[in-house]
Design a protein around this ligand. Sequence first.
Ligand SMILES: Cc1ncc(COP(=O)(O)O)c(C=O)c1O
Length: 381
Amino acid sequence: MIPVANRVAGLRPTAVNSILAEVRATPGPLVSLMRGEPDLPTPAHIVEEAQKALANGRTMYPDQRGEPRLREAIADKLIRDNGLRYDPATEILVTTGGTFGIYAALAAMLNEGDAVMVPDPVYDAYLSPIRLTGAVPVAVPSAIANGRFVLTVEALEAVWTPQCRALLLNTPWNPTGTVLTRKELEDIAVFCERHGVTIISDEIYEAIVYEGHEHISPATVLRDRSVVVNALSKTYCMTGWRVGYVAAPAEFTRAMLLVLQQSSRGPATFVQDAAAVALSGPQDCVAAMRAEYSRRRELVLSTLPNMLAPEGGFFAMMDLRHLGIPSDMIRKRLLEEFGVVVVHGAAYGPGGEGTLRVSFASGGETLDRGLAKLNQALRSL
Ligand SMILES: Cc1ncc(COP(=O)(O)O)c(C=O)c1O
């Protein structure tokens, strides 16, 4: 038998992975409103750039910080979209998707016994990387108020301990759909300053924000204590390309570079060329994508009852707390009796109990059939 490290014992598959295993074992035609994978193709001009780069022999090792052209494009994008100024030479790294950016930030920051505050409900793929570093996640309970999940400073204060090094959050917030407001971020920033907590800010859904809401990077209110993590995965429908980036003050970026150099060494060179074109080329593909998700969101909200209208992202939470049934039980019945796959809110922490996460990352016939089945199921629950 090959021994497995103790620190791996605390790692768990994500909720989506566990449900996928159940789905594979469930017979019959199923329709899935579960995953966070855009069903739209990568825009043609980005694909063409990768093909051109491949044909031109852009297949050797990339610069370990990320190809200079891509780091320049990221720096320009951060100014254009976020009003943030980062030096492409010293404050930006290119990573293998957002996932590696989060890992690099955690690995560069945490010591054994440290703690990382995460919102509850949480994008559950944050938990195992925190544990892998020897740190522990600390859940910050959120509340549903006025139709949206909110994270208050009182809740942060209530769970804070001197071991808390970082607050790892995402806005727009998967799974809840909340987009944190400037006021909320300013309050969180004051809390972070008071306790010397760094924000690791996952902004992967930044481009998918609906009318009346605005994505604000926490770094605009707390630049010296923020690590910005982002990826092209959702904005440019590039989930399989595995390309993202981090931006942070130079000294911390150097630490993340050490982690990156000893592990992933970044995405393929030709992928980085395509990513540079995605960020600096025409952005009408992003507007078209946002319009498509906006249509799907309207369809979901007008078809299903008890929905919390998402402010951003492509997930909507259905609030079934009044039924008093554990969300996992509801999810299982939806799967086994009605053939529709969603994620139970409790999979993301106790704060999600009583809710279901419905994804509209897939549209068209899948969404139509899924919504019809969900409606039919809800009538019988
Ligand atoms: C909040 C959040 N962060 C990060 C990721 C993963 O990003 P990437 O595919 O770029 O690694 C996801 C994917 O679903 C996500 O929902």
